[in-house]
Design a protein around this ligand. Sequence first.
Ligand code: VAH
Length: 365
Amino acid sequence: MLAMQSLRGAVKHAGSGPRLLFAVRHVSSSSQHFGRARPLSCTDTDQPKVLITGGLGQLGVGLAKLLRRRFGKNNVILSDIRKPPNHVYHSGPFIFSDILDYKNLREIVVNNNISWLVHYSAVLSAVGESNVALAKEVNITGLHNILDIATEHGLRVFVPSTIGAFGPSSPRDPTPELCVQRPRTIYGVSKVHAELMGEYYHHRYALDFRCLRYPGIISADSQPGGGTTDYAVQIFHSAVKTGDFECNLRSDTRLPMMYIDDCLRATLEILEAPAESLLSRTYNINAMSFTPQDLTQEIQKALPDLKVTYNVDPVRQAIADGWPMALEDSAARRDWGWKHEYDLSELVRTMLSHIATSNQLAQAS
Ligand code: VAH
């Protein structure tokens, strides 16, 4: 605690029908242990060659780091339509990819012998409501291109869905795997579409489609991209920097959340899960649920003078009020052994130490 306050003292003052006849090729599923470095015996060619789209969003860089540890640095290509920051550019292969340009996607898949595709490009909930046309283009047309290219080349494809794929008519606490899905955001509608289209291509063309419904993801080194759960990341930076935070959701808004390391590990685990273990192709994954008030109280255990005020954003509040409070995820735990590791207190401890360290490093540089 002393360190944290002295740090704040220091600081205060210093993303028709299918095109061609498909030759479906199945990617071999290895039953290696998760997270451990890849066996020395494995040469690069044994490993999947992974393309991540929307690589510069909240999750891409972290996932690339995890997959490179697993499959080798050059077997994981990060891509986006923007130039990466230098540290990302020098961390491994990075290329331009525009998911709205089918020919560009095809060239990347062919030229790099891609076998797995992680599709992280998406316009999130709050931004989507302010730009529906862009959300339709990126989240729906883009998704169609990804499913077609993956089917054309027999790729294993991971597409994240979200708690946002449920709506006010879905049971909220907890929200089961299979239930009514009538979301009220273009983001949610596009993600239900992604789930259904992915599963249709799986049943019709044997596409190796895999999907997880992510809760709100909390990360220290990467910023969220215009969603409804963003407050739960921003509060940590404000808590360390200024001690004052203005929350744009009501204090009692309960939402499912997860620390980024659990999210990325779940993504690797379902990507590596033997096909026969997947009784479904879309899974809920859950870790914790909390309200802004719960989170504030937990942070105040380390930073007692954190002051949180509320200035509710009606758009985000309406979205959150139609979302699950918790996800029921027994199927993921049963089928491929999913298990979260971070609860609320572990999350807060980890986030505060991460941010404190990166601030100290920033100060030292
Ligand atoms: C959003 N962070 O708020 C995203 C996410 C689970 C929520 O989909 O839109």
